[in-house]
Write a protein that binds this ligand. Structure first.
Ligand code: ADP
Length: 330
């Protein structure tokens, strides 16, 4: 894995508040990387240090081989062409046409009219708004506005796209469409996408890896599906998931890597071990292209049965957790 961004001992304060507290993090290139955490955790601050919208107090940030702390103004202007950004509320110019909105970075960089036209039309087609070029933003839906912002962000061929809650103002269907578009763009242009979001659906649908922040501290970094499947405590706190479990017996949560095998496994285990289970709780979740399932079963409170089940699952390399009942948590 080639690294695109490296944070080393990065600290940032707002007067007495530590917004970023000694962050060490590597973001691989050509990936979709999520930054998650509660409101006020420092997500936006971390994202905005990447294009130096926020300056850091200590540490270093290496972006695509460049130590951005040391850049002078002219170098910073060049550097920022590599790092595009989109926002929750799109940040379009309301009095200008969609064409003008997309063309702006090209005009500022001194491109010829004919070159600008070619590029704007190419990108408008890519994001699916070719028929809107003469409209003003107010005549477009939220999803269409974000498409315009994405087209504008791509005009100078960036290597990195920063997304700050880019789908938070959109309905679920539109969110899905925009995420699909971002994935296509990542593949087509081989760019690294970094998204700050509080939406778990977004993380599950597109993020290869995530970093979990809390109070400016990096709690966790890892592959998204692994963090979900291992029932990571920090992630669980964020998802706020309520599992109501039986107080008696033993609860065992089993994870299924594939949709197909789960029912077969449970019925087969019941037959092989001659143990009755009740199924307490189950769900299927989509992680990018994969579907993962988890199921909680309950067995009698017997040490023997418990050991039999553990052995059965371990022999088949199936991931599981023993889950305490409510009374044991008290
Ligand atoms: P998140 O994106 O996770 O919601 P932020 O990065 O926006 O968190 O903010 C992290 C912390 O820094 C919060 O406590 C916030 O109030 C504070 N903060 C953010 N920007 C400023 C600022 N410009 N001045 C003072 N405090 C700020």
């Amino acid at each position: 894995e080639v690294s695109m961004i490296e944070f080393k001992n990065v600290c940032k304060k707002y007067s007495n508040l530590k917004a970023l507290d000694n962050i060490n993090l590597t973001i691989p290139s050509s990936s979709i990387f999520g930054i998650v955490g509660k409101s006020g955790a420092g997500k936006s601050t971390l994202l905005r240090t990447i294009n130096k919208l926020e300056k850091i107090d200590e540490g270093s940030i290496i972006v695509d081989g460049i130590d951005i702390v040391t850049l002078n103004l002219r170098q910073l202007r060049e550097f920022r062409k590599k790092v595009a950004m989109i926002f929750q509320h799109f940040s379009l110019m309301q009095t200008k046409t969609i064409y003008k909105n997309i063309a702006l970075p090209l005009e500022c960089s001194g491109y010829k009219k004919s070159e600008i036209k070619t590029k704007v039309e190419e990108l408008a087609s890519l994001v699916g708004i070719s028929d809107k070029l003469n409209e003003k933003p107010r005549n477009l839906s939220g999803g269409q506005c974000q498409r315009v912002a994405i087209a504008r962000a791509l005009t100078l061929n960036p290597k990195i796209l920063l997304c700050d809650e880019a789908t938070s103002a959109l309905d679920p269907k539109t969110t899905h469409d925009i995420l699909k578009l971002l994935k296509q763009i990542k593949e087509k242009y081989d760019i690294t996408i970094i998204m700050v979001t509080h939406q778990m659906e977004v993380i599950k649908e597109v993020c290869d890896e995530i970093a979990i922040l809390n109070d400016g501290i990096l709690l966790e970094v890892g592959k998204t599906d692994e963090l979900f499947i291992s029932n990571n405590a920090s992630l669980k706190e964020l998802t706020n998931e309520e599992e109501i479990l039986p107080k008696s017996g033993i609860n065992i949560k089993i994870y299924f890597p594939k949709e197909s095998s789960n029912n077969a496994l449970i019925t087969k285990m019941a037959r092989d071990l001659n143990i009755d289970f009740s199924i307490v709780w189950g769900k299927l979740e989509r992680f990018k292209e994969n579907t993962l399932g988890s199921l909680i079963i309950n067995i009698d409170d017997s040490e023997l049965k418990k050991q039999q089940v553990i052995e059965y699952l371990q022999n088949r390399s199936i991931l599981f957790d023993m889950i305490k009942g409510d009374d044991e948590n008290a």
